[in-house]
Design a protein. Structure first.
Length: 258
């Protein structure tokens, strides 16, 4: 038995009753079509990068294959099974979804929090070149964020709710060399009015993080915070050696933490 609306009638429904109540929901065709096209692009990008990895001797796919069959349309879809290589677009999208859904639900159910929750971008100050120890740089940045989160909660009553790492590739010097820059998108919640302490909080955060950081104001859309680890366009620009280095430095590395 499943309990529904506990604050109201506290009525109980069987599993079959719940299925009947939630069968027949419809979505707009244009929205469905747009999502299908976007997913087809992600799948194509993932297949392309997976092919490159496997040509380099890295297993990107798992041997198991699963077919889903719709009980309504009888349409069959073969589900690709990729290893947890987090920069593969399909894997990144799969891992983003639970964070996005949970964050949206939490904000909807906590209007007081939604009113004050903010997000910031923290930039790891040292550009990273292919061949450098990216794995340690990620660990260093996450340790800084953890120490900062503990400190600002104790001193200012600011609760850090989520951090997600992303990498961007840029030619900073204009000499053609692409360097990787680490960023962390952070969601945080001031539990009290900080008018008198706001400037102090910003200054202390800069010192504690020992990195450039920017407060981006109140959250408008959580998709601004929960992003891809690496943009697919950036991955396609990497040569084979750099792609292999990125795989070796990020495989199974945890990059998101609520």
């Amino acid at each position: 038995m499943v309990q529904r609306n506990p604050d109201k009638a506290r009525k109980l429904f069987t599993h079959e009753e719940l299925l009947k109540r939630h069968t027949g929901w419809a979505t707009e065709f244009e929205l469905w079509s747009k999502r299908r096209k976007a997913w087809a692009v992600i799948q194509a990008q993932t297949e392309e990068i997976a092919d490159r990895l496997e040509a380099l001797g890295i297993q990107a796919r798992l041997p198991a294959s699963i077919t889903s069959i719709s009980a309504v349309t009888l349409q069959e879809d073969t589900l690709d099974s990729f290893r947890p290589i987090r920069f593969l677009p399909a894997v990144a999208a799969r891992e983003r979804r639970p964070h996005l859904n949970a964050m949206r639900y939490w904000l909807e159910k906590n209007p007081q929090a939604k009113k004050y929750v903010r997000f910031a971008v923290i930039t790891y100050g040292t550009p990273i070149r292919a061949g450098d120890d990216l794995r340690e740089a990620i660990s260093d940045l996450t340790r800084r964020i953890s120490r900062w989160a503990h400190y600002v909660m104790k001193r200012f009553g600011v609760e850090v709710l989520y951090r997600g790492i992303e990498y961007t590739w840029k030619d900073r010097d204009g000499n053609g060399e692409q360097t990787l820059h680490l960023h962390a998108n952070v969601l945080y919640w001031p539990h009290r009015n900080m008018d008198e302490q706001w400037v102090e909080f910003l200054a202390v955060s800069h010192v504690k993080l020992d990195s450039h950081w920017k407060d981006n104001g109140r959250v408008q859309d959580v998709a601004e915070i929960v992003k891809y680890v690496v943009k697919p366009e950036d991955l396609r620009k990497l040569d084979d050696d750099d792609l292999l280095w990125l795989y070796e430095n990020t495989f199974k590395k945890r990059i998101s933490a609520p």
